[in-house]
Write a protein that binds this ligand. Sequence first.
Ligand SMILES: O=C(O)CCC(=O)C(=O)O
Ligand SMILES: [Fe+2]
Length: 215
Amino acid sequence: MITADLFASTATCERTALPGGAWDYWPAWLDAGRADRCLAWLLQPGAIAWRRDVIRIQGREIPVPRLTAWYGDAGRDYAYSGIAMQALPWNRGLTTLRAKVEATTGHAFNAVLLNFYRDGRDSVAWHADDEPELGAEPVIASLSFGAERDFLLRHRARRVNGLPLQRLTLAHGSLLLMHGVTQRHWEHCLPKRTGVVGPRVNLTFRFIHPDQHTE
Ligand SMILES: O=C(O)CCC(=O)C(=O)O
Ligand SMILES: [Fe+2]
């Protein structure tokens, strides 16, 4: 179970600031023991209502290469790649993690997207978290548990400005905060890594704007 002792943390932060984007990374936001307990809870049967979705591309049905779940305040629904997700009510573990993320970052979040990468064959393709309901400058706080995976960022205008690909290896118990302007100019992905056999769970905390929300 996730308890309030999660708050006793003095993690250090690494800042990256580049044209059109900035992110802060806390490699050891949670120590190994706390991170282990969070991962065990997230993978416990029934703790998270994982979904297996299918996207349709040119008439073909393709399984999403990971499991997902969407939790948030009532009515903060979300849609991406044609998949509509109704917000499930916050549970205690997610509420506690959100409070700690808010305390560290100074930002408020009202929803969280969870991704479960069963092994290195699961992935997320290049994208930006720029859906209209996230508002003009979405701040995204990303928590990682389990297998370390590479997280890549690329500038949309890299062919013009020559900015190189950026790589972070997101550690077990780490927090990554992508600042608001980043989603406009940068894309990110989590590529397949066939050598990775362990599972990974990622939580991206978001703020869904009621007025920009599309029904
Ligand atoms: O798993 C990750 O680290 C990234 C997930 C992500 O980019 C997303 O859910 O939008
Ligand atoms: Fe994303």
